[in-house]
Design a protein around this ligand. Structure first.
Ligand code: ZN
Length: 84
């Protein structure tokens, strides 16, 4: 059996920040309850972002659940430094 942790990722159907669609994982604490497009399961946010970009543009990653893929200001990173 593969020992790879995967998570289901979603992208917001409507742009939510600076005209961008946001990618979230299923266990994100700020995951919207509706208006989500199911991207499928991925081992991390990188392929999830690729899947999102194939359907929506522009796309950004949620800083909380997809911090490795998030493109934003340094200031915002302080908010997510205690993840885990
Ligand atoms: Zn998120």
């Amino acid at each position: 059996m593969a020992d790879i942790m995967t998570a289901t990722y979603y992208v917001t159907e409507a742009p939510v920040d600076e005209g961008r669609h946001f990618v979230h994982s299923a266990n994100c604490q700020v995951l919207p309850e509706s208006g989500l497009d199911d991207l499928g399961e991925f081992p991390d946010c990188t392929p999830a972002m690729e899947a999102a970009r194939a359907k929506y543009d522009p796309v950004n990653a949620c800083a909380l659940c997809c911090g490795a893929c998030y493109e934003g200001s340094d200031a915002f990173e302080d908010m997510v430094s205690d993840d885990g």
